[in-house]
Design a protein around this ligand. Structure first.
Ligand code: FNR
Length: 203
């Protein structure tokens, strides 16, 4: 079976990001038939509708990367109880120009790490609202609110605690199964397929 192409966003621009470490851990633990490509966000200008008539190369590259992906995974910190601005900016780029929302019907997963005890729960809740508006189905269960402990996560994404590794492995297995279910539902000829194109046009 051809691998599923997963485009992933790291919602932090920090050089020592714990969410980047989490992304490395998730890639190591994921089922073999998920193939990961990062979708970079750091060089995007701040989105303005003024760009819609003449999209810059960075915006076009982002949209093409999303559209080339079978599934999208967001690995992000929580900033001030919400989605970090750099990540929200990237999502805004992907959603425009009006009528060409690149996220429509893409299976998505949301996960994040924080040194705090609620492990990005409020960011994830905000993201669900954004992704629902963009018609992007989301893995609902399991949820994964990762309390980051540097004694458990090495910089290269190795995890020393088997309980944590097994939890995150399970998350990625469920994510893979979810991607497969959404792709099957989106397949040509499947009930609901007639709405696939119109879903893009309504945004
Ligand atoms: C934070 N941090 C934070 N943590 C949290 O659990 N809830 C929050 O609302 C916030 N808010 C917040 C705002 C801003 C502007 C910063 C810089 C930080 C702390 C945050 O979880 C911590 O810095 C993580 O290390 C950020 O993840 P990365 O960048 O290391 O991946």
């Amino acid at each position: 079976m051809a691998p599923y192409k997963i485009g992933y966003f790291v919602g932090s621009l920090a050089s020592n990001s714990i969410n980047r470490i989490l992304s490395k851990a998730l890639i190591k633990l994921a089922p073999d038939n998920l193939e990961f490509t990062e979708i970079p966000i750091k060089d995007l200008p701040l989105y303005s509708p003024d760009y819609d008539a003449d999209f810059p190369a960075e915006g076009t590259a982002l949209k093409e990367a999303i559209e080339a992906s079978d599934g999208i995974l967001f690995i992000s910190p929580e900033y001030n109880r919400s989605v970090p601005g750099a990540l929200k900016n990237a999502i805004d780029w992907g959603s425009r120009p009006w009528g060409s929302n690149s996220f429509a019907r893409k299976p998505t997963g949301i996960i994040g790490a924080s040194p705090g005890s609620i492990g990005t729960a409020v960011m994830q809740s905000s993201m669900r609202s954004v992704l629902s508006f963009l018609d992007a189905p989301q893995l609902n269960s399991p949820e994964a609110y990762v309390h980051f402990d540097a004694a458990v996560f090495a910089d290269d994404g190795e995890i020393t605690n088997e309980g944590t590794a097994s939890f995150l492995r399970h998350y990625m297995e469920e994510y893979e199964a979810f991607v497969a279910r959404v792709l099957a539902a989106n397949a040509p000829g499947h009930i609901g397929d007639q709405q696939a194109d119109s879903a893009k046009l309504t945004r």
